[in-house]
Design a protein around this ligand. Structure first.
Ligand code: NAP
Ligand code: 8YV
Length: 321
């Protein structure tokens, strides 16, 4: 398959690039001095794109490659790729579902516990010598005991989070566009109704235009002054300014965030807040799981150019054979 030219617009895991380069003629756009010149001269050759969440593959970018067939995305979330446009133009987009589900759910539970039980703050207390100088860390303001949990986006990862929360003995409800038939948790037809009914709201919803700023001032108001918001989905789903205001005005109690609107930039107002927990998008971040995700990127590309079809096409580009 060395006769097939593929393009990586931005950096990816070295393992992915090495394995792709073994089989295909791989062009590393981000390393080139004259990126525009390269595209002008070579766009007609490019048949595959391997990308991650950090490069915007919108219609203007994708439209430059007249013979493009497939875009293999590293990550289950593919909001940086205009998959609708790709589907309308006969392209296939693949993502990396399932292989990261349990890992991301583990991270979410960690983030939830850190936030509710003030673990980063109490660890700082110990490291700063306050245990010795001031005595025991104060009792935490809240607890998971007896709390109602709402999940926004009860899909693969949301269900894995819910299974863990069931073992914690907690009541779970959720909001999706459609009721999930395979669970008995209470369904809310709107996000506002879910937020009003629960103590802790966890977002595992995808990014993209449909969820943009869907978690806004009204949702925080509905969650209430003892409410906690956890985000392991996408930062773009949250109106970050409204969330900062809600924290400053004590409209909600606290947040635990793994994702942000403009990563890796995190608003200074959030960094200044001691009572919240901020993680640098580590949901799937282990060698083990990122390795599985990388392999799936490579396998999708290999399968496609061997004529076997994609392994994990996204909903907007179903494979018809
Ligand atoms: P999934 O199985 O497709 O689940 C997404 C869920 O969200 C579905 O249940 C879907 O239900 C619901 N949903 C989608 N759009 C919605 C909308 N507009 N309003 C209400 N509900 C909506 O995906 P997944 O594998 O669980 O992954 C979920 C997301 O997690 C990814 O898209 C990604 O953004 C994020 N993620 C983050 C990390 C991290 O490191 N922090 C890692 C992996 C994934 P309906 O279709 O019925 O609405
Ligand atoms: C990835 C993620 O690490 O899969 C996703 O949607 O958010 C993470 O697992 C990220 O997309 C890679 O940039």
């Amino acid at each position: 398959m060395k006769t097939v030219d593929i393009l990586a617009p931005g950096p990816m895991m070295p393992m992915v690039l090495e394995k792709l380069a073994e089989q295909f003629t791989l062009h590393r756009l981000w390393e080139m001095d004259d990126k525009e010149g390269f595209i002008k001269a070579n766009a007609h050759k490019i048949r595959g794109l391997a990308t991650g969440g950090h490069v915007k593959c919108d219609s203007a970018f994708l439209g430059q490659f007249p013979h493009l067939e497939i875009i293999t995305n590293f990550g289950v979330g593919y909001d940086s790729v205009d998959a609708k446009w790709a589907g309308q133009h006969g392209l296939v987009v693949t993502n990396t579902p399932d292989v990261l589900t349990e890992e991301v759910a583990d991270t979410c539970l960690g983030l939830l516990l850190m936030t509710v039980k003030e673990m980063p703050q109490s660890e700082r207390w110990l490291r700063d010598g306050e245990w010795v100088s001031k005595g025991a860390y104060p009792l935490t303001h809240t607890t998971l005991r007896g709390k109602k949990i709402g999940i926004f986006g009860l899909g693969r990862i949301g269900k894995a989070i819910a299974r863990r929360l069931e073992a914690f003995g907690l009541e779970i409800s959720y909001h999706n566009r459609r009721r999930a038939e395979d669970v008995a948790y209470a369904y809310h037809e709107t996000l506002a109704s879910l937020a009003a009914a629960v103590d802790i709201l966890i977002s595992v919803a995808p990014g993209g235009p449909e969820t943009h700023h869907i978690i806004n001032a009204d949702i925080f108001k509905a969650l209430g002054p003892k409410g906690i918001f956890i985000n392991i989905g996408r930062g773009s789903a949250v109106d970050e300014k409204a969330m900062i205001a809600a924290l400053q005005n004590k409209t909600i109690w606290s947040v635990g965030l793994d994702v942000f609107e403009n990563e890796p930039s995190v608003p200074a107002e959030l960094i200044a807040m001691e009572n919240i927990v901020l993680l640098p998008h580590i949901g799937s971040g282990t060698h083990y799981t990122r390795g599985l995700m990388g392999q799936l990127v490579v396998d999708n590309m290999t399968n496609w150019f061997s004529g076997k079809g994609p392994i994990s096409p996204v909903a907007e580009t179903p494979y018809k054979g």
